[in-house]
Design a protein around this ligand. Structure first.
Ligand SMILES: Cc1cc2nc3c(=O)[nH]c(=O)nc-3n(C[C@H](O)[C@H](O)[C@H](O)COP(=O)(O)OP(=O)(O)OC[C@H]3O[C@@H](n4cnc5c(N)ncnc54)[C@H](O)[C@@H]3O)c2cc1C
Length: 402
């Protein structure tokens, strides 16, 4: 079954496709080479109305759905993986958490930032707490009407370029008793105690800095605490629920990169001649191209379905198990599709003159960042087995009734 997009969604998709083809794509190689955040692409996204798409009208946004944003992300990622990732974080992730859990003032502040092109950063991962994220040691100690944060995160996408940072930290009351995990909002350059360490030299997606983020006696007033609905006790689960929108978005970037690689391979197979024939006439390649198209259609269906889903108890975020299924399949299929596309090009695919070299590096990330393919399988397993697998023991998904 082909996914039925509305006329409005087809229009957004066509606009995004045109922007990606005419503006974003031609810059992609230079952006990768320079390893510098592509502010000019951010401006193009913002100008086209592709940032803050999911911000509701009362906060100045167009109030579009996750699926609308997914369509834009997919088109951007076909042309440039980095711009696809920026489109994710301007529309999903931290902004979703603030729009669901924030106070009116927090929502207004975050909306203004993303509508202005900011790509908020989410600070969860620590050197000793990767998959075991709830083992984080960054702490927020209650002092009067404030919290004082100390600790260090790493692999934070956009650390030095994002203004808004959503920081996950372990919360302690005045007496030092632990209360759970909370979200804290900090704005770069306006929050003393927030600083950045070293930048990770990454394999792909090189134009977005992956940063160490350091908190040294960083004071966060109550009005910048993002309090999840059930307080700090279940704060981690609530904040991770919000993260499911970003997860769907991350899978979409993989999907877009793979779809872009497939289109290149299709054209090349028709143009390149060997043995006096287009190589597309050889069944060995026809079957490869057919398999690539099957994987892409399956990945697209899972991704769109997850974007349209709701979690348990009518959550405003995508269903965790569907988001996990989509990201596992899409990320793994995307790596295979890009690798096969490169194979279709022969030696030309192995040249750095060819965009596939960049796409091959870029696409490799999506089985890792935003929850590894292994950890996401524990999310799916806990749903299909109807078992609660606590995060501390390597699982993720609480039962809807917990
Ligand atoms: C490009 C990039 C961008 C990122 N951006 C961000 C960001 O913006 N914010 C942020 O907070 N984090 C970010 N991350 C971090 C990312 O979320 C973590 O890398 C990820 O959660 C895995 O943690 P780890 O790398 O420490 O691996 P580890 O947790 O050390 O895992 C190592 C290996 O063990 C496997 N493993 C671990 N536990 C289990 C288990 N229970 N069962 C089976 N297998 C297991 C993993 O799947 C993996 O293969 C980013 C990472 C990358 C690569």
């Amino acid at each position: 079954m082909t996914w039925q997009l509305t006329a409005d969604q087809l229009r957004i998709q066509a606009e995004a496709r045109a922007l990606a083809k005419e503006v974003i794509g031609p810059r992609a190689a230079a952006v990768d080479e320079a390893e510098q955040y592509p502010w000019e692409n951010v401006e193009a996204l913002q100008h086209a109305g592709f940032t803050g798409m999911t911000v509701p009208a009362e906060f100045g946004g167009p109030g579009r759905s996750f699926l609308d944003a997914v369509l834009v992300v997919e088109e951007m990622a076909k042309a440039c993986g980095v711009t696809g990732r920026i489109a994710v974080e301007c529309n999903m992730g931290a902004i979703s958490a603030v729009m669901a859990y924030g106070t009116a003032a927090q929502k207004a502040m975050a909306a203004e930032l993303v509508l202005g092109g900011d790509k908020p950063a989410i600070c969860i991962t620590e050197p000793d707490a990767g998959s075991a994220a709830s083992k984080m040691t960054t702490r927020a100690d209650r002092r009067g009407n404030t919290y004082v944060l100390n600790g260090k995160k790493h692999w934070i996408t956009g650390g030095t370029v994002s203004k808004l940072h959503l920081i996950f930290a372990r919360v302690f009351d005045e007496q030092g008793a632990e209360e759970g995990i909370g979200g804290f909002l900090a704005v770069r350059d306006e929050t003393p105690g927030l600083s950045f360490g070293s930048r990770e030299p990454t394999m792909g997606l090189r134009a977005i800095p992956e940063m160490e983020v350091i908190f040294e006696d960083m004071v966060i007033a109550d009005d910048m605490v993002l309090l999840p609905p059930s307080g700090f006790r279940r704060g981690f689960a609530d904040l991770m629920s919000a993260y499911n929108s970003q997860r769907v978005g991350a899978g979409t970037v993989g999907l877009g990169i793979a779809a872009g690689a497939y289109e290149l391979a299709l054209d090349f197979a028709k143009e390149r001649h060997q043995f006096e024939r287009p190589i597309a006439e050889f069944q060995g390649l026809q079957w490869m191209l057919a398999d690539m198209s099957v994987k892409l259609e399956a990945a697209r269906s899972l991704t769109y379905r997850a974007a349209e889903s709701h979690g348990p108890n009518d959550s405003p975020f995508p269903d965790p198990a569907m988001a996990a299924q989509a990201k596992i399949f899409t990320a793994e299929a995307a790596i295979e599709v890009v690798s096969d596309a490169l194979q279709v090009f022969g030696a030309a695919g192995y040249s750095r003159r060819n965009p596939l070299e960049r796409m091959y590096r870029d696409v490799r990330m999506f089985t890792i960042g935003g929850g590894t393919a292994q950890i996401l399988r524990t999310v799916v397993a806990s749903r299909i087995l109807d078992m609660r697998l606590p995060q501390e023991r390597g699982g993720f998904l609480p039962k809807p009734t917990d």
